[in-house]
Design a protein around this ligand. Structure first.
Ligand code: GLN
Length: 225
């Protein structure tokens, strides 16, 4: 059973990032793998899950989400091997610290050696990231600029937009995928949904054709010249 823990959708659900949970569950079920979405509310403890999903959030909800997660069992469960897909505010929360508007700095969960400072401008618009031989498409809307610690691998390199810092987007550890891309990113990039699913399940999956592939190809053709 694939258990998908959707973390604080009421705080970290900007731009429908909760849709990432629906996509993972549905792509698993279409392969006859049972999947359950556990929506974790702000008053709930964080239950065991195969993968946790953290979405984007405005500065205030992001700070509250980080505080609540710090007091929960989330970090120990991730250290024990649960996977994480983190988008935007979620990406920042997993790091050592992040700054919100006004440059106030807040402690992150320090699960990954990254730091987010406030950029001079907001990054708003299309985001295109090369991830090995694939292309990830999405959109971004954030004020943060994220710097990876020595040895932290990015998810990919930015071809359009800002991502972390105008050059790299996100990060990748043995159990975490993080990106600035909203979309929801797994709905916009079926190949990436399967990459995450294969990582969590620990085996390859047969290809799955869907309407999402056609939409992905259309977006890619528009955005990559
Ligand atoms: N509050 C964060 C920032 O502006 C994250 C925004 C988001 O998740 N879209 O950088």
């Amino acid at each position: 059973m694939l258990k998908i823990g959707l973390i604080y959708p009421e705080l970290l659900g900007t731009y429908g990032d909760g849709g990432n949970a629906l996509v993972l569950a549905e792509r698993a079920r279409r392969r006859h793998i049972s999947a359950e979405i556990i929506s974790v509310g702000i008053d709930d403890d964080v239950p065991d899950a195969s993968i946790y999903l953290l979405g984007g959030g405005e500065d205030g909800p992001q700070r509250l989400g980080a505080e609540l997660l710090r007091r929960s069992s989330f970090s120990s469960r991730v250290r024990d091997g649960s996977y994480v897909l983190a988008v935007c505010a979620g990406l920042q929360i997993l790091g050592a610290s992040f700054a919100v508007a006004g440059n106030d700095e807040f402690e992150g969960l320090d699960l990954v050696d990254v730091v987010t400072r406030r950029g001079a401008t907001r990054a708003i618009g299309d985001l295109v990231v090369r991830v090995n031989e694939r292309v990830l498409v999405g959109f971004e809307n954030h004020g943060g600029v994220t710097t990876l610690g020595v040895g932290v691998q990015p998810l990919g390199t930015v071809e359009r937009g800002r991502g972390n810092d105008g050059t790299l987007d996100g990060y990748r550890t043995s159990t975490v995928w993080a990106s600035y891309a909203h979309g929801p990113v797994l709905a916009m990039n079926p190949w990436f949904a399967d990459t995450v699913l294969e990582g969590v399940l620990g085996h390859e999956l047969a290809p799955l054709a869907s309407e999402a592939d056609r939409l992905y190809e259309e977006r890619r053709a528009l955005l990559v010249r």
